[in-house]
Design a protein. Sequence first.
Length: 298
Amino acid sequence: PRSFSAAELVRAAPAPLQPYLRLMRLHQPAGTWLLYLPCTWSIALAADPGCLPEWRTLALFGAGAVLMRGAGCTINDMWDRDFDRKVARTASRPLAAGDISTFQSFVFLGGQLSLALGVLLCLNYYSIILGAASLSLVVTYPLMKRITYWPQLVLGLTFNWGALLGWSAIKGSCEWSVCLPLYLSGVMWTLVYDTIYAHQDKKDDIMIGVKSTALHFKENTKQWLSGFSLAMLLSLCVAGMNCNQTLPYYSAVAAVGAHLAHQIYTLDIDKPEDCWKKFASNRTVGILLFTGIVLGNL
C-alpha cells in the first residue's frame, strides 16, 4: 500500500521528471519547512491585533519557499557534485550520480528562479528589492564550507530572510525593532538544527576536506547548541515585547525552549540516524511558535 508523502509523490512521478524533483529535494520536505516557517512567523506577527495572518501571503510564501529551497539545492549540488560522489549519503543525488547533466540542471535552475521571481513580483516594491537582495546569499552559501568552519551561520542568514520579508510584505517596510530580533532568533535556530545535521557527515567531511560547525565544536557541541538556543529564546522575547505580544506567544516560546532542551539533552552526535531525527523534529519547533503567534495575536 502506498502512503501519501512527498517521497511517495516523487516516486509516482513520470521517470524523466524524478531526477529533477530529487534535485530540488521535493522528496525531503524538512528543509522547505525550515525555510518557510520563519516567513510564517513574520507574516503572523505583522497581522493586526485580533486578526488571523493573511492567507494569500502565507500561500505565496509557501510557493516561494518550495521554489527557492529547490533552487538553493540545485545550486548546492552544482557546486558540490564532486564532493557528493565521495559521501555515501549524497552519492545518489542526481548530479553526483550522473542522472542529469550540469547543463540540464542549469536550465532547470533558470526555470525555478523565473517562477520564484514571478512570486516575488506579487509583493510590494520594498519587498521585491529586499527579496532580490537575498540572492547573493543563496548563490554563495554552498562555497562557505570550503573556506570557514561556520557555513551554518551563512545558511542561517540565508534561510531566515523570510523573517524580514514576511513583515515587509504585509506592512510595506520592516519594523526593525521586531524584524531584527526575529531574524536573529531564526539564525540562532539554524545554527542549532544545521549543526546537528552536519554531525551526520563529519567523518566524510574530514576525508574530503570541507568544514562545518560540527567539526569545529566537536565534543563541546551541546554547550554551543545550548548557547544558541538561549540566544534564540531571548531574541523571540524581545521581538514579542516590541510588538506587544500576549501570553499565548510567551507560552509558545517556553514550549520551544523545552523542545530544544530535550533535543540537545537526548542528542547523540555520533549516531547519524539520531542526528537526522533531531534535525527533522525542528519543524515542530517552528509550528509551535507560529501557533503561539497566531493565538497571541487573537
